[in-house]
Design a protein around this ligand. Structure first.
Ligand SMILES: C[S@@+](CC[C@H](N)C(=O)[O-])C[C@H]1O[C@@H](n2cnc3c(N)ncnc32)[C@H](O)[C@@H]1O
Length: 275
């Protein structure tokens, strides 16, 4: 019978069967590759901060891994969670206590090491955290501005040799781009890459997660994530194609000439800069 750490190192998906997670199977393989790499990089023991936990789905391997000694779960559990695609979700029916109860059911879980904080990164300072995390995972509000704020918070919360990962890079890519530009301008040493399906990793300082297995081999498969993200965003290309097809239809020539299309766009908020 393999130990929990062996299961994590083998990216055994059965570790994620207790709680429904907002992630694909490949995302879960990435969570475990990261979990394994964090433990190996820190010589066996590490601490972890997650922003945006919902039911605790993405915490399942961490809560069971004895190598992960402490976990902070930051989640203000607002009524509505915004998203860069303008899709609003309501996760608030799941409470912090519900999450802890679910996590307690994960085989091998030590739920006492989870410190939940019902606040966002706009409501506290990194210095107010109960401990300095070694690694952070960001999966809270999926807007570009909030992701940048969360990433800055994590950067200030951790030591110089650390890593952070983001879920759903295909939604918050402009935030990632902004944050990476800030990092580059600051002169900090970093490496960034995508893992399947949509997990974006930034290693800082001397941190080298991808030197260890299974991370090294898993990272070689990152074409899976590249194509997954493009395909998931293809709905926008399809919509744009349809929009251009309609806009170029001869029936729209006169309204265009009369400026009516411009007026319609203005009424509908078209061309307005979105956050
Ligand atoms: C996509 S779900 C997280 C899914 C979870 N990580 C998993 O894989 O199962 C997003 C979560 O972010 C939380 N959230 C919303 N706004 C937030 C904020 N400003 N800071 C942190 N978490 C936030 C929501 O309450 C929700 O639980």
């Amino acid at each position: 019978m393999p130990t929990i750490q062996e299961q994590i190192d083998q990216q055994d998906l059965s570790l994620f069967k207790t709680i429904e997670s907002q992630s694909s199977e490949d995302d879960r393989r990435s969570f475990m590759a990261l979990n394994s790499a964090f433990r190996q990089w820190k010589g066996g023991k590490f601490t972890f901060l997650e922003i945006g936990s919902y039911k605790g789905g993405s915490l399942q391997s961490y809560v069971a891994d004895p190598g992960c000694t402490k976990i902070i779960s930051m989640d203000p559990r607002p009524k509505f969670t915004q998203d860069a695609r303008e899709k609003t979700s309501d996760y608030s029916h799941v409470t912090t206590q519900d999450m802890l109860d679910l996590l307690a059911k994960v085989p091998g879980a030590d739920v006492k090491k989870v410190i939940p904080i019902e606040k966002g990164t706009d409501q506290m300072k990194p210095s107010e955290l109960p401990f300095k995390p070694d690694f952070c995972f960001i999966d809270g509000e999926h807007t570009d501005t909030t992701v940048v704020r969360d990433a800055r918070f994590c950067l200030n919360a951790m030591g110089p040799d650390c890593a952070m990962a983001f879920h759903d890079g295909d939604i918050i890519y402009l935030g990632l781009d902004m944050f990476l530009a800030e990092l580059a301008a600051s002169g900090r040493k970093f490496r960034a890459y995508n893992l399947p399906s949509s997990v974006f990793v930034i290693e800082l300082g001397e941190c080298r997660l991808s030197q260890a297995e299974p991370m090294r081999s898993w990272r070689d498969q990152n074409y899976l994530g590249y194509l997954y993200c493009l395909k998931r965003n293809d709905v926008f290309r399809t919509t744009a194609r349809e929009y251009w097809r309609i806009a170029e239809h001869p029936a729209f020539k006169l309204p265009h000439k009369l400026g009516l299309v411009k007026v319609a766009k203005k009424i509908m908020g078209g061309g307005k800069k979105k956050k």
